[in-house]
Design a protein around this ligand. Sequence first.
Ligand code: CDT
Length: 334
Amino acid sequence: MERPLTVAAAQLGPISRDARRQDVITRLVSLLEKAARMECQLVVFPEMALTTFFPRFLTEDESEISGYFETEMPNPSVSPLFETAARLGVGFYLGYCEQVGRGKAVRRYNSAILVDETGHIAGKYRKVHVPGNPQYDPALGLQHLEPWYFLDGDLGFPVFHCLGTRIGMLICNDRRWPEPWRVLGLQGAELVLLGYNSPSQLPDNPRQNAFRTEHHQLPMRAAAYQNGLWVVASAKAGREEGCDMMGGSCIIAPSGEVVAVSSTLGDELLTYTLEPGLAEEYKSFFDMSRYRRPESYGLICDRCGPGEPLTSAEWASKLSPKVSGQPTDPDADS
Ligand code: CDT
């Protein structure tokens, strides 16, 4: 059954450190209104869409830090966004900084919410892969201090039924790792929404600079194909507080094809009418229930980083009887 969904990546240009929240919300509302005029049903804003990307600075000033965080969602400052969404019948994904608790019990996350077409929160995700350093390192050409500010997400990788579609959320660095995509794919996700803030140059890894766009798209294209899902990725782009951020917001089909890509480094709406049923076609092609072999993949969860190659005896003890009992097992033959 055809059930087309018109989506938009609402790319944002830079947000300065002293930007007023109200002015940022005005930009977001105007993109939402434009999306509604273009008959979009779902709009994807970037990671940390309400503030500058402050983890490039180290600040211990609690009043500045708490100014970047939302203690509840929705709240009076973001309510124009929720009201506009409900009035126009448009859902949205919003990346923001979430603060839970107070004083010594405070917990802070790099989060995203999915809001449905009635303006209600359908789901929340907290970024799991929090990159960078927990301390300022003067030897680095670019500070990326997310672990100074944020805990690792503790909500897993949930999938939500929203707008007639199974939708998962990821945030920025998550896109570079295959595991979250597979975990979403195993819950039948048809569409994954992702906001990002990615520097366009890596001064400490200059040999990667020529491949920044490639390294942005490559894992998402592979993940779209390997899991049979659509991807909408939305950037905070342009020169923000002295740092050049990548644009390249894009929409990717389950074929792995990039079907739409942004052309500026500013506020820009990128729309596409996608067919969630195409995800089904690719999922059927892979037929994971039939062909995946989780009994052979245990090392993925047993090890975090690479270690020594396993010996055949170690493999035999690790593999389930379903595999190690097969006649092709070299130890069983000897
Ligand atoms: N926001 C975010 O996760 N950015 C990382 C950059 C880390 S390297 C400085 C990314 O993967 O794009």
